[in-house]
Design a protein around this ligand. Structure first.
Ligand SMILES: [Zn+2]
Length: 250
């Protein structure tokens, strides 16, 4: 069984790498291509993580990191099962979270098809996890969580837009970047469905705290390096996902 869980982890690592390579380029499922020269990989070369046959570019660090971290994560979930979260569901969530995090870190975007899939997944997972007493209360908690997650982040999004516009106007600069992407708002809605109310409020609090601490460190670093730029956006999606991961798996 332990070997099985490592194998399943390895397969899930393939899926995460494949979706992270294909989705940002095509917005739909398809054949992975070389990041550098866009030549389509042969499946065998892709799965064996060989370099590109056309231009010789090696596969990136992320490919290797995902491919080796996933079997480890799979093993951990198998050996230390959560009472409420079955192994298979845990792996599905981990694959989804990883695809969102990798694409957000590499492209600074949460893609709409991924958000739509996430909303359906979140609805199913949320109702499944919280229908212990009655289905009606499970549905209610799930929908309230979704609305709360989306609504709170939407308010923060407009607050960010307002702040950036005002600061830019004062300094006579064009507003170039908003503090929070709209993808983060969608993601908070999805996580709200999964976690339900009131757990989503804890998730948002942890994510904003984590993002804030990292932002402060980044600003300090930029001040020390004398490269301070007021509108540097922090990708919040990884913080939201880490907080949700902690709440779901702890
Ligand atoms: Zn290539």
């Amino acid at each position: 069984m332990i070997i099985m869980s490592v194998l399943v982890g390895w397969l899930c690592g393939w899926v995460v790498n494949d979706l992270s390579d294909v989705l940002p380029a095509t917005r739909k499922l398809g054949h992975p291509a070389c990041q550098k020269c866009q030549t389509a990989f042969k499946w065998t070369n892709y799965l064996l993580m060989r370099r590109c046959a056309q231009c010789g570019a090696t596969r990136n660090m992320r490919t290797w990191a995902v491919q080796f971290l996933f079997p480890l994560a799979s093993l951990l979930i198998w050996v230390f099962p959560r009472p409420i979260l079955p192994y298979a569901l845990g792996m599905v969530l981990l694959v989804f979270f990883s695809v969102v995090a990798v694409i957000d870190l590499e492209h600074r975007v949460v893609l709409h098809p991924v958000s739509l899939f996430g909303a359906a997944l979140g609805l199913g997972v949320g109702i499944y996890l919280r229908s212990g007493n009655s289905i009606a209360s499970g549905i209610l908690s799930t929908l309230t969580g979704g609305v709360a997650g989306f609504g709170i982040m939407l308010a923060l999004y407009y607050l960010g837009v307002f702040y950036v516009r005002r600061t830019a106007k004062k300094k006579g600069l064009p507003p170039d970047e908003v503090a929070l992407g709209f993808g983060d708002v969608n993601l908070a809605g999805i996580l709200g469905l999964m976690l339900g109310w009131p757990a989503i409020s804890v998730c948002l609090f942890l994510a904003i705290l984590g993002g804030g601490i990292i932002s402060l460190l980044v600003i300090l670093g930029m001040l020390i390096a004398k490269k301070y730029h007021a509108f540097t956006a922090i990708p919040y999606a990884p913080f939201l996902l880490l907080a949700a991961l902690y709440l779901l798996f702890s």
